[in-house]
Ligand binder design. Structure first.
Ligand SMILES: *Cc1c(COP(=O)(O)O)cnc(C)c1O
Length: 381
């Protein structure tokens, strides 16, 4: 069986987890700090906060950015629903804007037009998504956000290790906090780093970092500088309504161990992508072209074909489990109930009608990949 994505667990990972099980800490101990520090270093940001999953990361980031009842936020329809849902958790409203038909990313020109057409102050932020691993040009989004006084929350779940090159020629890693106010990652088993459940928020802003530390654990602090008084060593205060979104040390150890192989995994993803592109070059199978200066993360290898259903079913009959990313968010019944309908976002809907994600993960062998290519071309060649 060949899935579209899967984790890679080594003996070193297993031994690291066993060592944690035998240690003094099972939850939020030294492994969390280690994972956070190493992750921040890998991404090139100042602060990283580990949480229970990517959705919790989105929820806390939205809270820390001040989303509340009545806040209006823009995001893309071609993403996992959590990128939008985090705004709803905080009582805000989501406005989906269509995608660029070349990159399948949130179309900045359409976002600009939407902002220009609304009274100033209508929107408070944007959640751009590095879809499939294609890095958003966050510098361009920063300029636009500054014009309208908006915050930027980057959903970088697909793109740890990916980067774009900014106007000064500097590579900017996804989630590095250089242009966005905060970014989030997930460690779900199909993602680059897999802890089962797990997530991370990255930021360069100290105020957001401090809010996140409180929000992750009930809004409770023991920091004397933050408390109204101090009755003794046991004393703690709850300053605001937070959650229990703490990651366990067991999972942080697993993440930390995998992080050491992140570059290796990324190179394997690049090789797989190169082989797919070479195989589909002169066929009817369309794939995303990557411009110079962009280092794609290849969480997904997305193709476009007019024979999508037939291809999906054929691959499944061959034990190849391709997947579709994504059903456009605005067409889910929940968002339809809020007024969205067919035809609202034509590029996203056209994209959805013909997209398929082929198997893409570091342990996919050349032989398995050749089999996938052969079966794709049997239908689409
Ligand atoms: C995986 C994913 C999430 C959510 O992550 P979980 O850890 O599953 O909660 C959010 N956004 C995107 C784009 C994702 O791919």
């Amino acid at each position: 069986m060949i899935p579209y994505g899967r984790q890679h667990i080594t003996q070193a990972d297993i031994e690291a987890v066993i060592a944690t099980l035998q240690s003094d800490y099972l939850t939020q101990g030294p492994a969390i700090t280690q994972f956070e520090n190493n992750f921040a270093q890998y991404i090139g940001c100042k602060y990283a906060v580990a949480v229970t999953n990517g959705t919790a990361a989105l929820h806390l980031a939205a809270m820390a950015l001040g989303v509340k009842a009545g806040s209006k936020v823009i995001t893309t329809p071609i993403t996992f629903a959590a990128s939008a849902n985090c705004i709803k958790y905080c009582g805000g409203d989501v406005d989906f804007v269509d995608i660029d038909p070349q990159t399948f990313l949130l179309d900045i020109d359409k976002v600009r037009a939407k902002l220009a057409a609304a009274p100033k102050g209508t929107y408070c932020g944007i959640v751009p998504v590095d879809f499939a691993g294609y890095p958003i040009d966050m510098e361009a989004y920063r300029q636009l956000a500054n014009e309208y006084g908006l915050w930027l929350l980057e959903d970088a779940c697909h793109a740890p290790g990916a980067y774009f090159t900014d106007s000064k020629g500097i590579p900017q890693m996804c989630g590095n906090g250089q242009y966005a106010d905060a970014a989030i990652f997930s460690f779900h088993p199909v993602k680059h780093i897999a802890t089962g459940e797990g997530g991370m928020i990255t930021t360069n802003r100290q105020d957001i970092y401090e809010q996140l530390l409180l929000l992750r654990t009930h809004g409770i602090t023991k920091n004397p500088a933050l408390m109204s008084k101090n009755d003794g060593g046991w004393y703690q205060e709850m300053l605001l309504l937070g959650y229990n979104y703490r990651l366990s040390d067991i999972l942080a150890t697993l993440g930390n161990s995998q992080l050491q192989r992140a570059n290796e995994g990324m190179q394997q993803r690049q090789q797989i992508a190169q082989r797919y592109m070479a195989a589909f070059k002169d066929t009817n199978v369309r794939y995303t072209h990557i411009p110079n200066g962009v280092y794609h993360g290849y969480h997904l290898f997305v193709i476009q074909t007019e024979h999508r259903l037939e291809l999906y079913n054929h691959l499944q009959s061959q034990q190849i489990f391709a997947q579709v990313h994504y059903v456009p968010c605005h067409l889910h019944p929940y968002y339809r109930q809020q007024g969205w309908t067919d035809g609202d976002l034509p590029h996203a809907e056209h994209y959805y009608s013909r997209t398929l994600s082929l198997p893409m993960y570091p342990t996919l062998t050349n032989q398995q990949q050749d089999f996938v290519i052969e079966q794709v071309l049997a239908i689409c060649g």
